[in-house]
Design a protein around this ligand. Structure first.
Ligand code: ADP
Ligand code: MG
Length: 551
């Protein structure tokens, strides 16, 4: 008996069957899954826009820790860059985009507490010649207001009241009218709040002044309180805002710093004459911690369209946005809007518990959810408009080396400083000498598996960028950003262990081989043949992490 179905019915039943990719213009991202025809997957958001397949170029990339989002995004960014599209990384809290930027001949702007650089988040950026004087003034004012209202709640640990909004507005307008230097700074706004002759306004603005004080005289001083000492190089192919210097700070303050940095970069890239530019927010959830941060971002995304910008927001899971507002609230609608605005969604593996939310927020079909549940590393569901593609992202050896993040972050918090310098109170060793491991190489069929001789633990080299700055400690009751990341990464790993084991159906796995499976290798089968302590040439993992077993 032959079954007949319309193309529509067939594509619902077998959602990936009819897809043959998106043509040949753009960056090669990898191969389509066999369900999607197995061909090459070439992608360019601007091209999709030109072909009217999407109405905007905004992208969201979500996936559990270690699934390969950042690596995929780096491949996308670098490959687009070779096609002449510029890249700006607005948020890089781990400093992991520095190497790709340098590889592309780009520029890195590093911000750190007591660092050499200062950035004024209230900089107005290049003037948009299409706007009248009044329109331009209004746009700059609204951008500055959004930046201030986005950071203040974190600094005062609560929402801003209506009276405070007014006080802030009055202070901002007064500061703009009479800046101390070339342009208005946060110090100017702070001074207006504290020095105003209007007693009522001073009283109303007292708390927000206290909050801003942290940037002006407190532990964040010297970074965001004065005129910028760095310039945005509009001709640079790849600009990265590296904020990894804030890792020792509290998680909240890292969010504040990230928001300040992103606000500055956004003003700088909003130049209608600048051409195409991809703006990347890695670990983007950091900047969407509360309603005001979300509001700022959503306004920014609306504007971005007119400036040839392609925004890419990378986050772990959809529920990162649920922290904000209640179900059905205006805030939640804002969060939802940010997602629905993005017609290009890339979904990497998601944990079971967030699948229903992902399905709903991104409008996935049941068949798509089934796929997303068990995706391997580097493999994702690319949903472009309503069209789904399963794509395996391929990276070259050089790219893997340039993009790797695992070495830098795996061992945060579990560092035992060998032969520590007694004068060094940071707990990080200075440039320990990496011993050359001595491998006995044996070939086992398809994969080369190397077994380390003796149990010489590979010395961990503290990544210099993550060295917590001196004089920059999270307060006792605050979680440092580094600790927060460690927690997130470990949680991600644990779920990876279970998912990989389920996937491979290795009921007989020992704890050690579980860990091998948990190490993010895209080929679990390699690990399943790998005895404890062996080395996989594919992902470079060679021994179980004792700390992980213990936790
Ligand atoms: N497509 C891929 N092919 C091979 N290895 C990959 C791939 N994607 C990621 N990896 C490996 O996994 C590591 C972690 O990936 P990353 O992109 O940092 O994860 P995420 O950003 O999702 O947490 C990378 O450093 C790389 O070694
Ligand atoms: Mg990442």
């Amino acid at each position: 008996m032959t079954h007949r179905a319309t193309a529509l019915t067939a594509s619902t039943a077998y959602p990936f069957l009819n897809e043959v990719g998106l043509g040949h213009r753009g960056a090669w991202m990898g191969k389509l899954g066999s369900l999607s025809g197995g061909g090459d997957f070439v992608f360019d958001p601007y091209e999709l826009y030109r072909q009217k397949l999407v109405t905007g170029t905004s992208m969201v990339w979500i996936g559990t820790v270690g699934t390969g989002k950042s690596a995929g995004a780096k491949a996308f960014a670098c490959r687009m860059c070779t096609l002449g599209v510029k890249v700006a990384v607005a948020s890089d809290p781990k400093g992991e985009w520095v190497a790709p930027a340098l590889a592309m001949g780009g520029t890195v702007i590093s911000l750190a507490p007591s660092g050499a650089n200062r950035l004024n988040p209230l900089d107005e950026g290049p003037r948009d010649s299409r706007l009248s004087d009044d329109e331009w003034v209004a746009l700059v004012l609204s951008r500055r207001r959004l930046t201030l209202t986005a950071i203040i709640p974190s600094l005062i640990h609560r929402d801003i009241s209506p009276r405070e909004h007014t006080a802030l507005d009055v202070a901002l307008v007064a500061a703009i009218a009479a800046p101390a230097g070339e342009t208005v700074t946060i110090t100017d706004v702070y001074k207006q709040l504290t020095d105003t002759k209007d007693d009522q306004a001073r009283e109303d603005g007292a708390d927000i002044a206290h909050g801003l004080r942290r940037l002006v005289h407190g532990d964040l001083s010297g970074v965001f309180d004065g005129e910028s000492t760095v310039k945005f190089d509009a001709d640079s192919p790849f600009v990265v805002m590296d904020t990894s210097g804030f890792m020792g700070a509290s998680a909240t303050l890292l969010s504040v710093a990230t928001t300040c940095v992103a606000a500055w970069l956004e003003a700088a890239v909003m130049d209608p004459a600048a051409g195409k530019r991809i703006v990347i927010y890695d670990e983007g959830w950091r900047m969407l911690r509360d309603e005001q941060m979300l509001l700022r971002m959503s306004e920014q995304w609306k504007l971005a369209r007119q400036y040839g910008l392609c925004n890419l927001l990378i986050m772990h899971r959809i529920t990162d946005l649920d922290m904000v507002g209640n179900a059905g609230s205006a805030t939640r609608a804002l969060a939802q809007g940010l997602l629905t605005d993005a017609e290009i969604r890339i979904v990497y593996r998601q944990e079971e518990d967030v699948l229903p939310a992902t399905k709903e927020a991104l409008g996935l079909t049941d068949a798509e959810v089934r796929e997303v549940r068990s995706l391997a590393q580097g493999v994702g569901l690319w949903k472009i408009g309503k069209r789904p593609f399963i794509v395996r992202n391929y990276l070259t050896e050089d790219e893997l080396e340039t993009f790797k993040t695992s070495d830098r972050f795996e061992e945060i918090g579990s560092v035992t400083p060998a032969a520590a310098d007694p004068t060094d109170t940071t707990g990080w060793t200075a440039d320990p000498v990496e011993e050359e491991p001595n491998w006995d190489i044996e070939a086992t069929g398809r994969h080369r598996i190397e077994t380390p001789t003796a149990a010489a633990p590979r010395p961990f080299v503290a990544p210099p960028l993550l060295k917590p700055a001196t004089g920059w400690e999270a307060a006792a009751d605050e979680v440092s950003a580094a600790e927060e990341y460690r927690e997130i990464e470990l949680t991600g790993r644990r779920s990876e262990i279970i998912a990989a084991a389920n996937r491979a159906k290795h009921a007989d796995l020992t704890d050690d081989s579980f860990l091998q499976l948990a190490t993010n290798c895209i080929s679990p089968e390699i690990h399943s043949q790998t005895t404890s302590g062996a080395f996989c040439t594919q992902c470079g993992v060679f021994r179980p992490d004792e700390a992980l077993i213990a936790s």
